[in-house]
Design a protein around this ligand. Structure first.
Ligand code: NAD
Ligand code: LMR
Length: 338
């Protein structure tokens, strides 16, 4: 190497070692599927997160390129890339949080369940790696169909003897982000002032916005309620159709995933009052998994909140959601058991 390149490399290494050692002030995060449509902007936004000291980017394609690119950002996190199955274990060792956006996205005309055949196997393999290499990590599952991939992850961890329901969360944050945006539009206010609880799951009628519990308190006409419920439940399809075969939501999803991951990390740090909606193992209904508000803390999920009072149309929506959810959950569990 020419002398100045040697110098650059060694001072780069010194900085990396120094920052990695200072890792007690930050968390180690892995993104599995980091070269994808969600993975790339998610990696960029996590590199900008001051709570992250080490960022591992794993994919079966293009991980070195994405890593080289993102590693030039002058933020604190040290970035390392991992390519292909043989590097999965190295990507996972020592991680505090693992985010999984690996898998195929929808095309127009498909349901999220149509992705099951490919994505179930991908999530299963990745979770086997997590069980082996970082069984105490918090896991955020983005890969669809979330209503089935979270039960798959749970079953893999159970088989491996590492299952801790407090550490496994299906990411439904995009439903909340969309609900806040669409409700703010109807009310004519800033979306940052709006908080809409969205419960149930992450597909069609299982996405149940609780419009009677919106903050700030407000009321909607029956027409507004129908419009909002429909738009929130079909937000994903709206993007899939607009992209016309080029995939599904990636940028708003990366934004939502980082919002959610940041909440998990603030919980791990010990911040008080960190509450978000997520699809988790739950006793809020008779189903084994359900999305509702959860409080995040040092051990992951520290409290799961009940649904609160529902109005008549929400009660009807809940029954519809539970029927579809039960089948999707069962499908995920039996995929691993069989
Ligand atoms: P994409 O095809 O652009 O990217 C997926 C990435 O996963 C690719 O880089 C691919 O190489 C990688 N991958 C495939 N198999 C892998 C494996 N075995 N290990 C590691 N990486 C692997 O897709 P995308 O748009 O980023 O979407 C990814 C997933 O996220 C899809 O299943 C999509 O439906 C889902 N999604 C979920 C939400 C949600 O709200 N939870 C929102 C949007 C998209
Ligand atoms: C979404 O809600 O945008 C994702 O689940 C992707 C999809 O297939 O709609």
């Amino acid at each position: 190497n020419p002398p100045n390149l040697q110098m650059e490399e060694s001072s780069g290494l010194r900085q990396a070692n120094c920052r990695a050692k200072g890792g007690s002030s930050g968390f180690k995060v892995a993104i599995l599927g980091a070269a994808g449509g969600i993975g790339q902007p998610l990696a960029m936004l996590m590199k900008m997160n001051p709570l992250v000291s080490v960022l591992h980017l794993y994919d079966v394609v293009n991980a070195p390129g994405v890593t080289a690119d993102i590693s030039h950002m002058d933020t604190g996190a040290v970035v390392r890339g991992f390519l292909g199955q043989k590097e999965l274990e190295n990507a996972l060792i020592g991680m505090d949080l693992v985010i999984i956006p690996a898998g195929v996205p929808r095309k127009p005309g498909m349901t999220r369940d149509d992705l099951f055949n490919i994505n179930a196997g991908i999530v299963k393999t990745l979770c086997e790696g997590i069980a082996k290499c970082c069984p105490k990590a918090i896991v955020n599952v983005i890969s669809n169909p979330v209503n089935s991939t979270v039960p798959i992850a749970a079953e893999v961890f159970r088989k491996a003897g590492t299952y801790d329901p407090k550490r496994l969360l299906g990411v439904t944050m995009l439903d909340v982000v969309r609900a806040n945006t669409f409700v703010a539009e109807v009310l004519g206010i800033d979306p940052r002032e709006v908080d809409v609880p969205v419960v149930g799951g992450h597909a069609g009628v299982t996405i149940l916005p609780l419009l009677s519990q919106v903050k700030p308190p407000c009321s909607f006409t029956p027409e507004e309620t129908d419009y909002l419920t429909n738009r929130i439940q079909n937000g994903g399809t709206e993007v899939v159709e607009a992209k016309a075969g080029a995939g599904s939501a990636t940028l708003s999803m990366a934004y939502a995933a980082v919002k959610f991951a940041d909440a998990c990390l603030r919980g791990l740090r010990g911040d008080a009052g960190v509450v978000e909606c997520a699809f988790v193992a739950s006793q809020v209904t008779e189903l084994p998994f359900f999305a509702s508000k959860v409080r995040l803390g040092r051990t992951g999920i520290e409290e799961i909140y009940p649904l609160g009072p529902l109005n008549e149309s929400e009660r009807v929506g809940l029954e519809k959601a539970k029927k579809e959810l039960a089948a999707s959950i069962e499908k995920g569990i039996s995929f691993v058991k069989k």
